[in-house]
Design a protein around this ligand. Structure first.
Ligand code: SAH
Length: 466
């Protein structure tokens, strides 16, 4: 909970003008859950250091402030008073807010120049992610150094502490350094002391506008800054993509809706649907059923293909079906279309005679929504009762989630997923299921490939053995 900023060069005491904090007068600021102190441990022409020290009241966090009903943000025993966290970002904005805007009345030229600056953050929570310190700060022009610690010398088995002392140095404008720290400290510290809502998207984009769109780790930074809240991340990505569109780049994001925009690179959803349709056209299917069709993105593509003479869409959700109907414009469609397309409500985990009689069935990004205890029922409904000659099934590849800023094994891509499979787990399940019900299986990967973690989506095409 100590941040120091050191300026080396000539007349470095001017740092005081840029920060609007007099080097010779320590100051205290009241924060919501404690105090912030600003003082200068060293002041000279060649080298001046400003320090921002946080004194967070742990009881406040656990109990709420005296006289208020809010509280219970953290457990009684918490690390908040000792680490640089989202509290540090709040303090930076409060104490150095003017410097962050770049306004420096008496030293504007200096404020607009890149200076030799060094910042040290003590202590930054960063469990098992130290290489990210390099990949996040280096593209911004910093040299990165960090010191690690062992948790307790008396208990070497406890291993390395999750905290580091991070030092970044570079030739940057002061306002940029402050914005980088403001955004990136909470990227490494995962516990935010505020509710992460839409206004955090605004803050991220405002403080990141000059550097985030071009950052190679923008997906990771955005995901972590927004506490992996998918809807907010999508919102931010859309805006970042718009910022990048001028250079012809677009972020490939797992999203629930997937219309292509102009000639931009297709997003993952579009790539996935394209792969499914290609797999289907190859197998010569005529009568097809989309189980868990959602809002009908795939159905919309299928109706355009004359090869498919009967197209059914099933979902457990009435609302999704109603939206699918609207998208397909069924009410206004010609009779020939209405005869080809049928939507009905049903569940993949209950035997249903209406699922039978199709050449091919798809289950696209649905299986992971099922309770794992219902998986065996699903297998029988699909492969034993419906029994189409071909089943195309896609599901997320959990290993790829690190690219969305999700690092723990428990972090799933969407809040309503009950589980997600690694490539080995999916392969294992699919091979066993294929063998059990007399199908052959072929696997493919969909979406941008990462050497280590594979692609975001995995697809299995099951073909019945004759
Ligand atoms: N296949 C679509 C939608 C995927 S979202 C697409 O790729 O765009 C998952 C869908 O599965 C949701 O619409 C949800 O309502 C549906 N679903 C979840 N459990 C289901 C079940 N037991 N039976 C049928 N559909 C189910």
């Amino acid at each position: 909970m100590l941040l120091t900023i050191t300026y080396t060069g000539q007349n470095t005491t001017d740092l005081g003008y840029l920060l609007y904090k007099n080097p010779y007068r320590p100051q205290v600021f009241e924060l919501n859950h404690g105090k912030a102190y600003v003082f200068y441990p060293e002041v000279s022409d060649e080298r001046t250091t400003a320090a921002l020290l946080l004194d967070i009241d742990p009881l406040d966090l656990a109990r709420g402030k005296v006289g208020t009903s809010g509280g219970g943000l953290f457990d009684y025993v918490n690390d908040r008073p000792y680490v640089s966290s989202s509290f540090m970002s709040t303090a930076i904005a409060k104490v150095f807010g003017t410097a962050m805007t770049g306004r420096a009345d008496s030293r504007q030229a200096l404020s607009d120049s890149a200076l030799d600056l060094q910042a040290t953050v003590t202590m930054l929570p960063c469990r098992g992610e130290q290489e990210r310190l390099n990949s996040v700060f280096e593209p911004l022009g910093y040299q990165v150094a960090y010191e690690t610690f062992i948790s307790d010398e008396k208990f070497p088995a406890w291993g390395e502490s999750r905290y580091v002392r991070l030092t970044i140095s570079g030739k940057v404008r002061l306002r940029d350094l402050l914005k980088h720290l403001y955004v990136l400290i909470p990227v490494f510290d995962r516990q935010k002391h505020y509710w992460v809502g839409a206004d955090e998207v605004e803050k991220l984009l405002r403080h990141g506008e000059d550097w985030l769109p071009g950052h190679p780790e923008k997906a990771y930074i955005t995901g972590r800054y927004l506490s992996r809240r998918r809807s907010l991340i999508n919102m931010a990505f859309e805006r970042l993509a718009a910022a990048n569109a001028a250079d012809g780049e677009i972020l490939v994001v797992e999203s629930e809706v997937g219309e292509d925009k102009g000639d931009q690179k297709p997003n993952l959803n579009t790539q996935r649907l394209g792969s499914v349709v290609a797999a289907l056209k190859n197998c010569g299917a005529k009568r097809v059923i989309d189980i868990g069709c959602g809002e009908g993105h795939l159905l919309n593509l299928l109706v355009k293909e004359r090869q498919f003479t009967h197209i059914a869409g099933v979902d457990v959700s009435h609302l999704a079906l109603a939206r699918a109907g609207t998208k397909l414009k069924l009410e206004r469609a010609a009779d020939s279309v209405r005869e080809r397309v049928q939507l009905f409500q049903g569940s993949l985990t209950y035997k249903d005679a209406r699922f039978a009689g199709y050449d091919a069935g798809f289950v696209i990004e649905v299986v992971e929504h099922l309770d794992i205890s219902r998986l065996a029922a699903f297998e029988r409904v699909l492969f034993e009762c419906a029994k189409p000659a071909v089943v195309v099934l896609t599901t997320p590849n959990k290993e790829y989630n690190v690219n969305y800023g999700l690092s723990s094994a428990d972090d799933l891509r969407h809040g309503d997923h009950c589980f997600e499979w690694t490539r080995a787990e999916f392969r294992d399940w699919a091979e066993k299921t294929a063998a059990k019900f007399g199908y052959q299986i072929q696997f493919s990967a969909i979406g941008d490939r990462d050497e280590v973690h594979g692609s975001p989506t995995q697809m299995g095409v099951f073909t019945i053995c004759v």
